[in-house]
Design a protein. Structure first.
Length: 318
């Protein structure tokens, strides 16, 4: 019986041994290839050969070999002009890897360039963006936000456009909102606000408005949030770059405005907001649908909607 079990296990052991030998041969071939590359005198040829080896490694998707390649590439004796270009190729090519391998290689790369980050600022930014995408896909909102927030946008070593900065600040704010961290979200949306102008890309301006309204809502500044949501529900321009605002989007913004107006503390400003909503014909249809429908409207049940209708009516009578 023991002999049968031993023989049954041998194919698996043989397969594992064959794989180990293959990896060892590949590692030796890689070391040999890197040593050969170091002897090439023509800089252009050397860079192209390094890139070719890198593409082979990315295709293999073997983490240890990619890490070994990075160790060699980021050594002090490798010319900076070469390591920058090849690391840029790696940063862009990381997305070819499955998420788990991407994280291992990406984090390894960040660790290796930590002491020389200024020399690889552009490449590090691409690596961080790739890692942030993975964390976002895994719904690790805070990790994704922190990964992007670590990109130095105002270092002075790399010129960043205001559009790029605004895009990153809004993205970080949105990620923190997903993590229910409205304080951090507000910090980054305020940075974006300082850079947003009429010249800013229309899609970014819209994202900024939506994000700002959501932050006010999350921070329970309901009256300000209601005003922002209502402005979004009245957009006259509906196309912003590749983004088109639908009627459903505008109705959703109006629903959010109604919700926040109901939740706002009593006072003259709230009354004015309710009066504005009452005069908007769309509010009545939304309130009616919620009042007579079967489900809640953004967390407001039918009883609350009845109170809203009464509030709107009482405001109109005064």
């Amino acid at each position: 019986m023991r002999l049968v079990r031993f023989l049954a296990k041998r194919p698996l052991a043989s397969a594992a041994l064959a794989l180990a030998l293959a990896l060892l041969r590949f590692a030796m071939d890689l070391a040999s290839a890197l040593a050969e590359l170091a002897t090439i005198s023509d800089q252009k040829t050397k860079i192209e050969r390094y890139k070719a080896v890198l593409q082979d490694l990315l295709a293999q998707q073997h983490v240890a070999h990619l890490q070994g390649f990075l160790e060699h590439l980021l050594a002090e004796d490798v010319p900076l002009v070469l390591s920058r270009q090849v690391l840029q190729e790696l940063a862009v090519g990381l997305k070819k890897l499955p998420p788990a391998q991407l994280k291992e290689v990406g984090e390894f790369a960040l660790g290796r360039v930590a002491n020389r980050a200024v020399s690889f600022e552009e490449q590090v930014a691409h690596v961080r963006e790739a890692l942030a995408d993975v964390y976002e896909g895994e719904e690790e909102w805070a990790a994704a936000a922190k990964m992007l927030a670590a990109i130095p946008l105002d270092s002075g070593y790399v010129t960043r456009t205001d559009g790029y900065k605004v895009e990153k600040y809004i993205k970080i704010a949105m990620l923190y909102l997903q993590d229910d961290d409205s304080v951090s979200a507000e910090t980054f949306i305020n940075r974006a606000s300082l850079l947003v102008t009429e010249e800013t890309d229309g899609e970014l301006r819209l994202q900024h408005k939506v994000c700002y309204a959501r932050i006010l809502d999350a921070k329970r500044k309901f009256l300000e949030a209601a005003t922002r949501y209502y402005q979004l529900s009245q957009l006259t321009t509906r196309t912003f770059g590749e983004l088109t605002v639908s009627q459903d989007d505008m109705r959703m913004s109006l629903k959010m405005a109604i919700t926040c107006a109901v939740l706002a503390p009593a006072g003259p400003q709230r009354s004015r907001m309710l009066s504005t909503l009452y005069k908007d014909e769309r509010s009545h249809s939304l309130a009616e649908n919620a009042l007579h429908g079967s489900g809640p409207i953004l967390g407001i049940d039918r009883t609350e909607c009845a109170a809203l209708c009464a509030s709107l009516g009482s405001v109109n009578e005064t």
